[in-house]
Design a protein around this ligand. Structure first.
Ligand code: SAH
Length: 458
């Protein structure tokens, strides 16, 4: 081990920084967060530092460095552009057994700054011992993505419970079991969703009955198919899942990002196949959650747009099962972006309307005159089968038969295809497209010719 990692408490401790430029400022911003009492020696201060000095957030001690300034300081940072001066400062500090850091000069550092992931009070410091700082930053970004922002809050609440937990469980393995359950279960979700009272009740509940398991349902939007479009929150909860219940619209790429040990159940619904009914899905969700499982229900796009996610939540609410929703990028937003079709544009469309081409028996879309407005983009989900009827109605109620239309097949995926035509050719167009397909009607479609960027779909 080349360096020994420690976390120091710098609150109100004097720290000397020599140098007043941007490099010094970056370090000072960090030290400031830790509550250090910063003293600065520099000929000039950059604008930001000058402001900080004015507000007394830092103390401009002197213009010229002198070894005497090292008396009564806790740490020393040299960030001048004069390497001789920097090494002099390092020598002076080392002679006094002070920890010193010359920024970006590993040979003149008795301590180094790690890359930091800050979820205070949880802090993760990463270092490559100065050998590959870019690698350390790269690792930091990876960790940053994986760690939910609420873990700091979780740690604060846990601190208030430590005493109770210690009194309740005498062995360290029981205590560990308690905390593992809390951090992986409902307590964590409740903190994430801002229900701090609920989170505290869950800890109390578990304190009384360590073997009790409180399950939950998390509805997650997996986006339109391209795994890069999954949200961070979606990824985080997928990695904590006990069970992943997914539709056929969820791509394998995304499914593979889930926790390895999680059970995977396909409840895919596709026209004409003998898939699980909605009632059975609701029942399955509730039964699994009642067994104490964290059930992640993955749905294509956004779970609450034409996905019957609302009905699943209603079932959970009725059964008294806690639930959360992680929104996703809906097909209308994802597929059009990847096809180079802006849904609104000041010159062509002042509004956008999402509709479904598939309705329950005896439910009909009646307001065709509103749908026929010229300055409006219409996006139709599940529209291929109804393309004939949609075309006939829109033309009947006044939409120009030459209005441009796009059929986006398998939007955002590697095999995305975009078919462009006009309203009157729409029924023929959909025959070429493999599912899932999205229909776009409106003048904005013409922008595709200039704006297509993904796979050059022109
Ligand atoms: N909840 C989903 C929609 C479910 S309805 C969402 O928010 O996107 C299913 C319909 O969505 C499909 O029939 C198709 O019309 C559309 N769809 C979903 N993913 C798509 C994709 N990658 N490309 C084109 N259309 C898509």
């Amino acid at each position: 081990m080349d360096y020994f990692p420690i976390f120091t408490n710098l609150k109100h401790k004097p720290v000397l920084v020599v140098g007043g430029g941007h490099v010094a400022m970056r370090k000072i911003e960090l030290l400031n967060k830790a509550g250090a009492h910063i003293q600065i020696v520099a000929l000039h201060l950059c604008e930001k530092l000058a402001n900080m000095a004015k507000k007394n957030h830092i103390k401009w001690l002197a213009k010229i460095y002198h070894a005497k300034q090292l008396e009564k300081v806790f740490l020393v940072i040299a960030a001048t552009n004069n390497s001789e001066l920097n090494s002099q400062i390092y020598q002076d500090a080392t002679n006094r057994y002070l920890l010193a850091n010359v920024v970006d000069d590993k040979s003149h550092c008795s301590f180094i700054f790690p890359s930091i992931v800050d979820r205070s009070p949880v802090i993760i410091a990463i270092s490559s011992s100065g050998s590959a700082p870019v690698l350390a930053r790269f690792l930091r970004e990876k960790i940053e993505v994986l760690l939910p922002s609420h873990i700091g809050k979780m740690a604060k609440i846990s601190d208030q419970w430590r005493k109770k937990v210690k009194e309740r469980f005498c062995t360290s393995s029981d205590r560990r079991y308690f905390w593992e359950k809390a951090f992986n279960g409902l307590f964590s979700s409740q903190v994430a969703s801002g229900d701090l009272d609920g989170a505290k009740r869950t800890l109390d509940y578990q304190l009384n009955d360590i073997n009790s398991s409180l399950g939950e349902i998390i509805l997650v939007g997996a986006g339109p198919g391209n795994s890069d479009l999954l949200t961070l929150r979606g990824l985080q909860v997928m990695q904590l899942a006990d069970v992943l219940l997914y539709d056929y619209l969820v791509s394998d790429e995304i499914l593979n990002l889930g926790r390895r040990e999680a059970d995977r159940i396909c409840v895919g619904k596709r026209a004409n196949d003998h898939s699980v009914t909605q009632k059975e899905i609701n029942h399955m969700l509730i039964t699994l959650a009642r067994q104490g499982k964290r059930v992640v229900r993955l749905k294509g796009g956004d779970p609450l747009i034409f996905g019957r996610g609302g009905e699943e939540l209603q079932a959970a609410a009725e059964a008294g099962i806690p639930f959360q929703v992680v929104p996703g990028i809906t097909a209308a937003v994802g597929a059009t972006a990847y096809a180079g079709i802006p849904l609104t544009h000041r010159d062509y469309a002042q509004s956008v309307l999402f509709m479904t081409g598939y309705c329950r028996a005896n439910c009909t879309v009646t307001d065709w005159p509103i749908l026929a407005r010229t300055d409006q983009t219409i996006v139709i989900y599940m529209g291929s089968i109804a393309a004939d009827d949609i075309t006939a109605q829109l033309i009947k109620y006044g939409r120009d038969p030459t209005t441009p239309v796009a059929v986006i097949s398998r939007g955002t995926r590697q095999d995305q295809k975009v078919f462009i035509g006009t309203l009157e050719t729409l029924p023929a167009l959909v025959h070429h497209a493999s599912t899932p397909t999205l229909l776009i009607i409106g003048l904005v479609v013409n922008l595709h010719y200039n704006l297509a960027w993904y796979q050059n779909t022109n």
